[in-house]
Write a new protein. Structure first.
Length: 425
């Protein structure tokens, strides 16, 4: 009989380990001039690198990008923070306060497709590489800027980091317990979330350039990216006619129960399983009741609708917790998942990075760093059938000076030596 099983293109691959396969990257042939620092900008350019673009990170010659030394545990060794945000890039040095250094950057711009920066407001313009200048050098270039706030707004000159964007973009206002203080979400959506938004814009601009022949200017404000992540909170505001509240682990719409992380056997800080039932119907709720041995409550008026379950959520939480405490979180997730009830164990970073399935998927990869040695880090989560770029360790400062300046720009060894002596690189 014919096999009607639906398979993804990856399942038909001859290799069981997709993380080890290499294919030409989807952005092969795209060259990016990377003047980013910390996380918002670097996550954007790393995304482009993971998609196959040639990303040339241009850094200050003596200390390099600030993220190299931020939070490092070993003087003279790049921080893990930097390594996680700059994999698959090349590093060259250029002193942009010297004319010779600026000349090198101009030469790179002439030969590139994308220019990305996220310096503090006004810095790139003072260095002489604002959009109009760069566009004049190369009209086909896609020029992208990430700032904390819209440059033309009341906060346009203010500095911002992830937590500032999360505060001003509404994330903290909806995170935490109802009667508690606003909390910063653990994920850096203000930084990496903005970087991903910017990468999407760059990809769209590169596509449009095929038809127009022109590059364009892209601007993403971190505050506005966080607002975009919080779209559903505005459904809450429209539904209830007041600002979206903090609801702990409940749905932001506040219209259903169970919607909570429930304690499991073990008693550790992450021995919990999140259990949720859809507010669309009572199907998931009925399955849960039957599975935990409370089928007598199917159809009970107190829990007949999502809204009624939310009004009686304290009773729901006690009932579900009494059952989950009998099992570890993995067992709870497995049993309920197989029963057709949405459930997710609370996995910590160690559990995730050690998971053999996630390792095989390439969700985590181990790279060899010239100073740190083997280093395990998250990989690129978007799987493409005809594009697979192996993950490489973040570069040492200036590691590609000879390769880029000598190969791409055609400078001789003597010219490189002269630039080094002049402290231009």
């Amino acid at each position: 009989m014919p096999d009607d099983t639906v398979r993804t293109p990856f399942e038909n691959s001859p290799s069981p380990d997709r993380a080890e396969e290499a294919r030409p990257g989807a952005l092969h042939g795209v060259r990016v001039v990377d003047l980013t620092q910390f996380e918002a900008g670097t996550s954007c350019t790393q995304t482009l690198a993971w998609l196959g673009a040639e990303v040339i990170k241009v850094e200050e010659p003596t200390t390099g990008e600030q993220g190299r030394s931020a939070s490092t545990d070993r003087p003279g060794a790049d921080s893990y923070y930097f390594m996680l945000l700059n994999a698959n890039k090349q590093s060259v040095t250029a002193n942009l306060k010297s004319e010779k250094g600026r000349g090198l950057l101009r030469a790179l711009i002439e030969k590139s497709d994308v220019f990305v920066e996220n310096f503090a407001p006004g810095v790139i313009e003072r260095l002489g590489f604002g959009y109009e200048t760069v566009c004049h050098i190369n009209p086909r270039i896609v020029y992208a800027q990430i700032k904390g706030f819209a440059p033309d707004g009341p906060y346009g000159k203010f500095l911002a980091f992830d937590m500032i964007a999360q505060a001003t973009g509404g994330a903290m206002a909806i995170t935490g317990e109802p009667d508690g203080r606003p909390l910063k979400p653990g994920l850096t959506i203000g930084d990496t979330g903005t970087g991903l938004h910017c990468a999407i814009g760059i990809l769209a601009a590169l596509y449009q350039r095929q038809f127009t022949g022109r590059g364009q200017y892209i601007e993403v404000a971190m505050q506005e990216a966080v607002i975009n992540y919080a779209r559903i909170s505005y459904a809450s505001q429209a539904l209830w006619g007041k600002p979206a509240p903090r609801v702990g682990n409940q749905s932001i719409l506040g219209t259903n129960s169970p919607s909570e992380s429930y304690p499991c056997k073990g008693g550790g800080p992450n021995d919990y399983c999140y259990i949720y039932t859809s507010r669309a119907t009572s199907q998931h709720w009925d399955r849960l009741l039957k599975f935990i041995g409370r089928e007598e409550l199917v159809g009970d008026s107190r829990f007949a609708t999502a809204q009624m379950r939310f009004e009686h959520r304290d009773e729901v939480d006690v009932m579900v917790s009494n059952w989950t405490r009998k099992f570890d979180k993995h067992t709870v997730m497995k049993m309920l998942g197989e029963a057709g009830v949405p459930a997710g164990a609370v996995f910590d970073t160690q559990e995730l990075s050690s998971d053999p399935h996630l390792r095989r998927r390439g969700a985590f990869v181990t790279v060899k760093h010239p100073v740190r040695g083997d280093f395990t880090m998250p990989g690129w989560p978007v799987h493409m059938s005809d594009s697979k770029v192996p993950i490489e360790a973040a570069p040492l400062l200036g590691a590609h000076n000879r390769e880029i300046y000598g190969g791409l720009l055609g400078l001789t060894p003597d010219e490189l030596t002269a630039l080094r002596d002049a402290k231009a690189i």
